[in-house]
Design a protein around this ligand. Structure first.
Ligand SMILES: *Cc1c(COP(=O)(O)O)cnc(C)c1O
Length: 528
């Protein structure tokens, strides 16, 4: 058995490390139950259409390359002239995937007035990947496609696609690292600065600002269970404090899964009218799991950098594909312009290595240069197959005119798991449209009070470390969940991911939680 001292030590680790420690316990659980790990946010489904399309483009790319040189496994380069026509003859309409590809070419050449040969060549060369990414920030037609996708899925009708620049990155993970780093390098955030964060939140947003490299002061904009994880306008009004430099927001949140509603978005739009210098980073990785989702970027475009990832929706965490989007006109560029001359001179030296006019280098391009330590700017940019894969995932959504059946299915999947979990636990479900249901937080103390009484709740709160229930759940019952405290939630809350386990697991998890709770209750009764 683990002692209370050992539990305290574990509580000082990050959520992902604690979870890792529990896996062994759970696999050898005392009850010999099937091991269930609901700690993971990695989805257990994939999008097939975009992947098959990618494979077809590679196949065509090889044939096309053999037209210019062909000696065994050695082939040449593709040729622009007439490539669209050759691609269309290659496609076989008895195959659904080929019809999809034909529609892609037709749709983008019409909608975006892109030259068909240019588009096909970009996709084919990108998939064959025989050139560095040029332009390094983003391939030109792929940027247009990504902009259409962001607009359709995240802006809720606001038209920003022609005013937005995109930087594809190695997942949302790299996007977050690059942003923190470039904000620091460009003196937009400094040690001692106050930054606001919507808690509970994805752990890196809590951990990175506290590192020695950053030493920032975190101001929590709290959402609470009793408000169904909705962030109140009172909390948002903290942003009127001029000493707060930046707002880091995950929307819908992880682990609360709640998206900002219209009222909160209006409040933010009003705040940035007063606080024109406020920096906002919004991480909208789970946006598509909410009906009628709207991003902060669409209500405060000049203040906001948007982070998106294809990992979760398309089951593509291994591809490492995400992006940073910024408006052409933005607070990042104007804050850099207003830096003291001394700071600007230092930045001239830094970016002068890659451009003759460093002061004209936009923040989004600084992100690209910084992502490869400036010195390797000429070989920066996301790998071209990754960019093509993103464009293909985006196309699966764009080619369905209204609601995308794939996105609808993914929402239904997590929602039915959420329903199984909550109804079996006997907790009220939150069926508001802002609930993404990708994760949920279960308050063990509230559950104890609801199923038993408030005295039993106090016994749990006072008699055990908050992590005790989580560890016993692994050790005895073989179920791994995640500690909410690490995400900035209150003690005793556990995060369940609705993404990663077979559908029938969620009722089982709920039953194991209730069973363990009843065992605590027997001990409590005996001690009374
Ligand atoms: C999963 C996740 C990410 C990281 O996504 P990747 O694209 O897989 O790196 C970023 N932000 C949040 C809130 C996440 O939950």
């Amino acid at each position: 058995m683990i002692t209370r001292e050992e539990e305290k030590k574990l509580e000082s680790l990050g959520a992902f490390e604690v979870s890792h420690n529990m896996l062994k316990l759970a696999k050898n659980n005392e009850k010999h139950n099937v091991f269930l790990n609901a700690g993971r946010g990695n989805p257990n489904w994939i999008n097939t259409e975009a992947r098959l399309a990618f494979a077809r483009i590679v196949e065509f790319g090889v044939l096309e390359s053999q037209r210019t040189m062909h000696d065994g496994n050695l082939a040449g380069y593709t040729i622009l002239d007439g490539i669209r026509g050759r691609f269309e003859s290659f496609l076989d309409d008895s195959k659904d995937i080929d019809k999809f590809l034909r529609n892609i070419i037709e749709y983008y050449t019409n909608e975006l007035s892109i030259d068909g040969d240019q588009l096909v060549k970009e996709l084919v060369d990108g998939a064959v990947a025989n050139n560095y990414p040029v332009p390094s920030r983003c391939l030109v037609n792929i940027e247009k496609i990504l902009n259409m996708y962001l607009q359709k899925e995240l802006y809720n009708g606001v038209d920003l696609k022609d005013k937005t620049s995109v930087f594809p990155t190695e997942g949302g993970t790299a996007a977050i690292c690059y942003i923190f780093n470039s904000l620091k390098e460009n003196k937009l955030i400094k040690p001692g600065d106050k930054i606001a964060i919507n808690t509970p939140i994805f752990t890196p947003y809590l951990q990175i600002p506290e590192l020695d490299d950053y030493e920032m002061i975190e101001i929590d904009l709290r959402s609470k269970e009793e408000n169904k994880w909705v962030i109140s306008s009172n909390e948002l009004s903290k942003l009127e404090d001029e000493s707060i430099k930046a707002l880091f927001f995950v929307n819908p949140s992880n682990p609360g899964s709640k998206a900002l509603d219209n009222q909160a978005l209006d409040a933010i739009a009003k705040i940035v009218q007063k606080r024109k210098d406020l920096i906002i980073i919004t991480d909208d990785v789970y946006g598509t799991f909410v009906n009628g989702f709207q991003t902060i970027y669409s209500v405060a475009p000049h203040n906001t950098l948007l982070v998106y990832s294809f990992s979760k929706l398309y089951g593509a965490t291994g591809w490492r594909i995400g992006l940073i989007a910024a408006n052409e006109k933005n607070v990042f560029d104007s804050l850099i312009e207003k830096l003291p001359e001394e700071e600007l001179k230092k930045l001239d030296e830094r970016y002068g290595l890659v451009t003759l006019e460093p002061r004209k280098l936009k923040f989004i391009d600084r992100l690209v240069a910084d992502s490869r330590s400036i010195g390797l700017y000429h070989t920066s940019g996301l790998s071209t197959p990754q960019q093509v894969m993103m464009a293909l995932f985006a196309s699966t959504a764009l080619l369905t005119k209204e609601k995308d059946p794939y996105i609808e299915s993914s929402k239904k999947l997590v929602a039915s798991r959420y329903h199984d979990l909550f109804s079996t636990l006997g907790i009220d479900e939150d069926n508001s449209k802002e609930n993404a249901k990708y994760y949920s937080l279960i308050d063990i103390y509230a559950l104890a009070e609801g199923h038993y009484n408030s005295d039993f709740r106090k016994y749990l709160e006072n008699g055990f470390e908050p992590i005790d229930f989580l560890l016993k759940l692994a050790e005895k019952n073989g179920v791994v969940l995640m500690e909410g405290v690490c995400f900035g939630a209150t003690p005793g809350t556990l995060r369940v991911s609705e993404a990663n386990l077979p559908d029938d697991a969620y009722k089982k998890i709920a039953k194991q939680v209730l069973e363990l709770l009843s065992e605590y209750y027997s001990d409590y009764e005996q001690q009374k």
